[in-house]
Design a binder for this molecule. Structure first.
Ligand code: GLN
Length: 485
């Protein structure tokens, strides 16, 4: 049947024609999940088939996976942290409930960087998530297992969360599509909060059309999420092939200036990106360079770290071993909390909570936290000003292919050489903009993605433009191990 390469649409057609049953699809996925266990894609693999659908939908009977920071009643949910290693929630996240109601079949809960912090997929309590394209390389994070499982062909789609780029960066390293819609478009109810003003729910698939199919199911207003948007009552799938003639895109000149990089691989990515821009122009897009003050661009990463560490410290204050988390012994309440948190969190998390606590101290709040909020606003205002003229911003999703797994990568040293090219995708979290990564090219058999970001609420247009870009690039439905790349 060649299950691995099939799109959601193709699988659904097979189900409708009774060429395969949903239980057989589940077994394919389950077998593949078990046979790739050394990749550490899953925290939990579900072995019992359970199909539940009230009405027929485009994903009824389709296997999928959920990042392990979404609440699933009765199913272990660890956020890949030691402190939650035995936690079984008592309620369902809205996104899980909607998928369940639509008949999608959960195959497993995927590994993430602990508590969704980090970008490498190397900090889970169960160990490193390996890139299915090359086991010596990371897949990126934090939605590491979701990206890897879709890239490996285990499931046609998986749910992730994205606070700074956690869907869109691993999508680049995995050669898959990764999408986070507008802030509030998909309910965050039941997603473990990392940095609430930046957290988005989104997904991975192997083509843009499948992304539209799933987004149509999981989007929509949810009274349980106070930041949830009103329904846009659009079917994104219906608009995916609309004409893009005359649509205007910009890229930021300072980020894709070949001259400023020494690394040959980055230069190659930039050349490929510029060639793609020429092809897109021939297909009807209008594309121009835009310039943004380098001070603003260089501020993206520190502003992201300041806001996200502060919000994360506050959001995770409940992980004390008292309300939540594995309890450790101690002579008084302080010692219980101290021991639970000391033993429960890894280095990276502790470092970020120390930063967050420092940033939130009364005497530092104005200078660090509030100033970061102001700079965030300046960045978003600048992008919105450009969005008055342009329909989207397009840039490479990463400078190069997935990095090798080294000690430096694992320890997440704040890299003074980290380029804006590696960090610009947080702009979409600052402004709540819909943003999608899709495969751009393969370099020595390893993928690199391109990222497209649009105006808030214009999720449909972003998917429509992404569909055209995918058609022009011509890469879709690839899985790791394909030899034609
Ligand atoms: N890599 C970013 C970080 O380290 C993004 C994480 C995310 O989007 N969840 O926090």
């Amino acid at each position: 049947m060649d299950y691995k390469h099939k799109s959601i649409k193709e699988l659904k057609e097979m189900l409708d024609k009774n060429e395969v049953t949903s239980e057989e699809l589940f077994k394919e996925a389950n077998t593949l999940a078990h046979s790739t266990e050394e990749g550490n894609y899953f925290v939990t693999i579900i072995d019992k088939y359970r199909k539940r659908a009230k009405e027929d939908t485009l994903i009824n009977g389709i296997p999928y996976a959920l990042k392990d920071n979404f609440s699933t009643s009765g199913i272990l949910t660890t956020a890949s942290s030691n402190i939650l290693k035995d936690y079984v929630p008592v309620y369902d996240a809205t996104v899980y409930k909607r998928l369940k109601d639509a008949g999608a079949v959960l195959v497993g809960k995927t590994t993430l960087d602990e508590l969704a912090m980090g970008g490498t997929g190397t900090t889970a309590h169960t160990g490193i998530v390996f890139n299915p394209h090359d086991k010596k390389r990371l897949i990126g994070g934090s939605s590491a297992g979701s990206a890897a499982a879709v890239a490996a062909g285990i499931i046609p789609f998986a749910i992730g969360s994205d606070t700074g780029d956690s869907i869109r960066k691993p999508a680049s390293f995995g050669g898959v599509v990764g999408f986070k819609p507008t802030y509030g478009r998909i309910s965050r109810y039941g997603l473990f909060a990392f940095a609430s003003s930046l957290d988005h729910v989104g997904l991975f698939s192997r083509n843009v059309e499948d992304t539209a199919i799933v987004t149509d199911i999981i989007k929509g207003n949810d009274p349980k999420d106070m930041t949830s948007l009103k329904d846009d009552n659009l079917c994104y799938l219906e608009h995916i092939h609309d004409s893009i003639k005359g649509r205007k895109l910009f890229y930021i000149k300072e980020i894709v200036d070949e001259e400023i990089y020494q690394d040959e691989d980055i230069k190659k990515t930039i050349r490929t990106f510029k060639e793609l821009m020429e092809k897109l122009k021939k297909e009807g897009f209008l594309i121009e360079e835009a310039s943004i003050d380098e001070k603003l661009l260089k501020a993206i990463y520190p502003v992201y770290m300041t806001i996200s560490c502060a919000e994360a410290t506050s959001n995770n204050a409940n992980l004390t071993g008292i309300q939540f988390g594995s309890r450790k012994d101690g002579k008084d309440i302080n010692e219980v909390m101290f021991n639970a948190r000391t033993l429960g969190f890894s280095e990276l998390i502790k470092r970020r909570f120390v930063l967050g606590s420092y940033i939130l101290q009364k005497e530092n709040q104005e200078k660090l936290f509030l100033n970061s909020l102001r700079v965030r606003r300046l960045i978003v205002d600048k992008i919105n000003e450009l969005f008055k003229e342009f329909d989207g911003m397009i840039l490479p999703a990463s400078g190069s292919v997935a990095p090798l797994i080294t000690d430096d990568v694992k320890s997440e040293k704040l890299d003074p050489k980290a380029t804006v090219l590696e960090n610009h995708m947080a702009i979409a979290n600052f402004g709540g903009f819909p943003s999608i990564t899709l495969p751009m090219y393969y370099h020595n058999g390893l993928p690199v993605g391109v990222n497209l970001t649009g105006r808030v609420r214009e999720d449909s247009l972003v998917l429509n433009m992404a569909q055209k870009i995918e058609d022009v690039i011509g890469i879709k439905n690839k899985v790791a191990g394909d030899d034609d790349v």
